[in-house]
Design a protein around this ligand. Sequence first.
Ligand code: FNR
Length: 360
Amino acid sequence: MDSSPVCLDDFEEHAVRVLAQGPLGYFQTGADDEITLRENRRAFTRWKILPRVLRDVSSCDLSTTILGHRISFPVCVAPTGYQGDAHPDGEIATAQAAFEMNTCYTMSTMSSKSIEDVSSAAPAGLRFFQLYIFKQRDITKQLIRRAEKAGFNALVVTVDVPFLAKRRKDIRSKYTPSPQARTANFTHGLHDGPDGLHSHVAELIDPSLTWDDLTFFKSFTKMPVILKGILTAEDAKLAVQAGVAGIMVSNHGGRQLDTVPATIDVLAEVVAAVESKCEVYMDGGVRLGTDVFKALALGAKAVFIGRPVVYGLVYNGREGVKKVLQILRDELESSMALSGCANIAEIKSNLVRHLFMGKL
Ligand code: FNR
């Protein structure tokens, strides 16, 4: 990039210029017609902010907690696979960037670096481990044990991938992670298949998973469990009954079932359904400080970002990811000050209104 990025979209533009078709397609792709992918962004524009004035915003406190851990601002890193195809340092750079920005990093099961290497690269950092539950239950249990031993603070169980959706860019490019990007978490039993990512992952994940299995895995670990991929009030209530510590309202960044709603549009329903019995987070299409503001106003404790972190890695490794987080932090601070909020608790639902549902 000739000039320094000033917003998150600038990082994607840079990635489009420098990455090969295979990795670029893998990072960018949604499922099928990519309707949900686009909707995740568009839906934010339909929510409007109603600012208050004359409320002393000379200093804004952006800090908050997730699962009792203090973070300096409510933007965390979502799990994304194969970061070695974005930058040789991959997940190590991402974990260090999140730690240096004092926020939470989530490591994907499908990481290019191992659980142990990522942990020792940022040993004091707040970190969650994202788990896919595999047909091979022994391997799943081993992953949980290793994450626990390596000091991960929570387990994020992804529940929206019983099968991998159809992602056209990956099919067309026959994307398969390059050797330095392949999954480092499996010492035996699981390996990247020769046929490319699509068929490989589909084969490994257990599509027979039910709420009962989840109860088993929950009892198997001391780590608090967050369910990632909830979009309905009904499932949110079942998640609460199952005793989860948190729910991630997510449609996998538009990469799984196409035409599901944007996450920002179902967030309030999920928040209402859980009746404060667990924390609720969201991801999907968060690119601006005003997006973060809207999600918090609608009840999210924090938001997570996926693709922008990958594009930050492409731009400049650890420093690039830090820059992405810093820009979003600064934009959130500005949104808060301009809407009369001096701290996170003041970002309430009366400060946002939906363009169609409201009377604007
Ligand atoms: C993902 N996501 C994801 N989720 C997960 O639970 N495990 C994973 O391994 C991955 N891998 C992955 C790779 C890539 C390239 C992307 C873009 C996404 C989904 C991710 O955690 C998150 O839900 C979305 O990325 C959020 O949407 P945005 O921020 O990318 O719009």
